[in-house]
Ligand binder design. Structure first.
Ligand code: SAH
Ligand code: MG
Length: 221
């Protein structure tokens, strides 16, 4: 027994068999769904914030969106996925849980999607797609979040690859540089208060400030 195992044990709750089936599918097919601890953290944030409108970049098999939608019958999720295989699975799973009316799947590259098709008052944005594009996702989609809303970014340490001394693959090396650059950019940007957590694969929570308050406080200086 150690700290991690003990906390995991305390957190264990009976789980829907259909959710377990999604986890097994992800394991068998190497789909990078959110880790248990990260999901608990996300759920807790959504419940305390009483978030009702969520935007997700990176649906995969809809594991995270289904889990979040099941928190409450008045939660609505827009989620974006570009991989045709994942889209097939996500649709199947959303239908299996009868969540077609609360999870809207956008079958497109998030870098190309016309934001006019989305809302502009999300409570939470969850960024969980191609790690090298996080800054682009943030800049494109954070404006659709309400002031006081949250931008949550997953996989900040990229399976701990950030701390390896030697990475052979050049593309992986450059991806790691991009992730580091994003993390440090996120730490410094104006208009958001960001907290970094050693949870799951590393999660950041950025609270969007109120633009009016910010501008007026500046003008008083
Ligand atoms: N949020 C999911 C896991 C997502 S895995 C969960 O926790 O259950 C990341 C997904 O992002 C992959 O399915 C990948 O195809 C998708 N993705 C990566 N880049 C994308 C982009 N530019 N636009 C849309 N989807 C993207
Ligand atoms: Mg992830």
């Amino acid at each position: 027994m150690n700290r991690t195992v003990y906390i995991e044990f305390l957190n264990k709750k009976p789980k829907d068999e259909r959710i377990i089936a999604l986890e097994n599918y992800a394991k068998e097919h190497n789909v990078a769904i959110i880790e248990e601890e990260g999901l608990d953290f996300l759920k807790m944030l959504i419940q305390t914030k009483q978030a009702k409108k969520i935007l997700e970049i990176g649906t995969a098999i809809a594991y995270s969106s289904i889990n979040l939608a099941l928190l409450s019958s008045d939660i609505y999720i827009d989620t974006i996925e570009r991989d045709p295989l994942m889209i097939v699975e996500a649709k199947k799973n959303i239908a299996f849980f009868n969540l077609e009316d609360r999870i809207r799947l956008f079958e497109q590259d998030a870098l190309e999607l016309d934001v006019k098709r989305l809302s502009d008052d999300y409570d939470v944005l969850f960024i969980d797609a191609a790690k090298g594009q996080y800054r682009n996702f943030f800049e494109k989609y954070a404006p659709l979040v309400k002031s006081g809303g949250l931008i949550i970014t997953d996989n900040l340490v990229f399976h701990d690859l950030l701390f390896k001394d030697y990475i052979k693959n050049r593309r992986t090396r450059s991806l790691i540089q991009r992730i580091k650059a994003f993390n440090e950019w996120l730490k410094g940007i104006d208009g958001y208060e960001t907290y970094f957590f050693n949870i799951g694969d590393g999660i950041a929570v950025s609270i969007k400030g109120d633009e009016n308050v910010r501008n007026s406080s500046k003008s008083h200086k």
